[in-house]
Structure formats: C-alpha cells, structure tokens
Design a protein around this ligand. Sequence first.
Ligand code: 5AD
Length: 428
Amino acid sequence: MCYAIPGKLVEIRDNIGIIDYFGEKKRARIDYSDVSIGDYVYAQGGLLINKIKEKEALEILDAWKELFFELKKIDAKLPRVQKSGISESVLEALNKVNSNRELSKEELLSLLKIVNKDELRLTFETANNIRQKKHGNACCVHGIIEFSNYCQSNCFYCGIRSGRDIKRYRIDVDEIISIAKDAVIELNFKAIVLQSGEDIWYEEEKLIYLVKELRKLNILIFLSIGDRSPDTYKKLYEAGARGALLRFETSNKDIFNKIKPDTTLENRLELIKNLKSLGFVLATGFLVGLPEETCEDIINNILLTKSLKPDMYSLGPFIPVKDTPLEKSAFIDKNTLLKTIAICRLADNDANILVTSALETQNSAAKKEGLLAGANSLMVNITPKEYRSLYRIYDERAGSEKGIKENINDTLGLLYSLGRAPTDLGVK
Ligand code: 5AD
C-alpha cells in the first residue's frame, strides 16, 4: 500500500522540479535540498519532500505500474457526459467551462439553484471531467491525527467549543510522534495533518519540538491548529511544517459575527493570507448550510476561497450539534453540498478539493458522490480509536467506530472502484 508514487526528477527550473511518473510530467516545488536530476523523489501537496534509493523506487514502481494504468482505464470510463433534457442556459454555462472561460457570479449562482435531475447529473459530470482533465486519476490521501479536543474558543457551531460539557483529552507530544511514526512506517503515509482545538497548552516550544521530530520522517506536515500568531506559524514553518489548514467558515460578516464570538472575519482572513505568504501549502474553505445562509453566500464563499489562492479547498456541511446554540438548526441537503463541490471545480479548474468526513457523516454515499462531482483529495483519520470518539466537533462522525486499517481499506476500496490512484503526484 502506498500513498505516493515515487517519480524520477528529470529537470530542475529554479526551485521547481519536473517529475516523470510513468511518462506523465508533473511539477513540484523543491523543498528538500539534497536532490539532483535523475533522483527518485516523492512529492506531496505540490512540494518535493524526499528522495529514495533507486532500487527501492523501481520496486515500488514495478508494483504500481499495472494498477496505475488499470485505474486510469476505469477512471476514463466513468465520466461520460450526456446532454439530453438540459436547459439552454445550463448547457451554455457548462460549455463555457469546457472551453476554458470563466463563469460569472450569476452563472455560478444559477448552477447552484439547479434542481432538475438531468441538469444536476450533467453539472456533476462536467465537474468530474474537468477534475480528470486537470488532475488525472490521482487522489491525495493524507492522514489526520486529532491530538487535542480542548478549545479556548466558543464557536456556536462546534461540538468541542469551550462551553460544551464533553470529556476532554490531550495526546502527549511523544505519543503524537509515535502515532505519526506508525502511520509513516507501518501505514505508508507521506503527509500528516495535525489537528486540534485551539489549545494553547501546546505552547510554541512544544509544537516546534513536535514538528522538528516529525520532519525527520521526511513527510509533509500539515497544521490545523487554529488561531495562532503569524510569528508562531513562521517558527513552525522554519521547524519544518509546510501545510496549514484554516477555514474562514463563512464569507458573510453578519453570520460570522453571530457564530464565532472570539474573532472577526477580518482577522481570520488576514491570518489565512499570512499563512500563504509564509509559504505554507494552504488549505482553506467554509462550512455549507450555516443558519441564515443564502445561495449567494455560498457562491461568495467559493469566490472568496478562490481569491485566497489555496492549494486545497476544504469545505463540508454544517452538522447541528446537541447542546450547542445551533442545535435546532436544519441540516443542509446533500445535493446543495455536491453542487457546491462541483461549482468549486467549475470556478477553479486547477483546485485540489477535499471531501471531508462531515460530508460522509451526513450521508454515507456522499464521499463517493463528492469524488464524482469534482473532488480529488481526502483524509483518513489515523487518530487512535480511544481519542477519535472524543473528538466530537460533531457527534457520530463517520468511521469513528472503525479501526484505522479498516478505514484505510474502505478508502482504498472506494478509490479503486472509481479508478483513482491513492497518491499525490504533485501538480501539473
Ligand atoms: N459541523 C461540521 N463541521 C464542523 N466544524 C466544526 N464544527 C462543525 C460542525 N458542527 C469544522 C469547522 C472547522 C473544522 C476543524 O471543523 O469548519 O474549521
């Protein structure tokens, strides 16, 4: 099992490496000093993170070769676009995307309002086609460790908000390191997301130590730790972290002010922009279906995400949580969610788009449908079970009762059935 295929570095232009994967060429920013042309390397999230011995690489490539081309064939068969029963305006908008023209806000809005079954199908298929054209069948699979559910913030939507009475846990730094080591050595992960509530018990020094230790594993380290000062993030970057996941949650200032009492939209956006300018591989996005949200808000969320130039879109349904101020809110319907994913793809063809576990929690088929509506990335939860069930940002999270290996096998089974290779090949 492998979550990244090694490729051969065939060219270096400034700090960009051109990597050959079975004849397909991709680009990755060189983040590992000791490489030269001809080396076999791993890329994650658009960064070249590690090199491996030629003999080892050739063995892995040999094991992969047949599967790689077989999966491509399956993927190529899936998106067959049929155009019967579609209104002129929808056809016109989708044709525009197919000919590389940008859609206006009004056009995006009208796609979000589609209810007709054939039009929905065509929208999803078009998004899936664009995904295939831009990313091939590669699907990034990152492992996520939820290391603390303590949170100093009191966001109205969140199940680990400080004001909710739940059992809390913190995983000791050395235990996090050992969980990550297992994930890399035993389970072959090449990218690990470290997620927690906003928990300053993990002060700067602790996080720097953690990142430095994990960097020794030559993996992409993604941080999802919320509101910290740009200075702390800078030190964590210097320690070796290269990814940062921070959602702005909603672009609507009024909604933001009602649901996130501890910060402002302005501050949040400033931090996100800071992360980008520090050089982090940036994942950002929003919740879909917050109370009082309109279709126009959703389109604004997509356009705001795009304007932040993220390396990855992260969005998911808002799931109402018991004993929180928003417990009586409505669930968003699945189609609105899938349309939102598809429109992200149509509005930003090159995007990497994550399917999140919230999507799957809301509807068990939705992960697959999300991957067929334009998404191309996912995460596998590798938090030990005893902690995972306590990380209740929402209750009854999908997969929380399963073992890690079972979750991995389910994910691989799903990806193979769709013809997707569970690997991150860098960017085109
Ligand atoms: N439903 C769905 N997603 C949630 N998050 C927090 N609470 C919920 C909820 N009730 C998401 C937020 C946050 C991420 C870590 O979890 O978007 O950024």
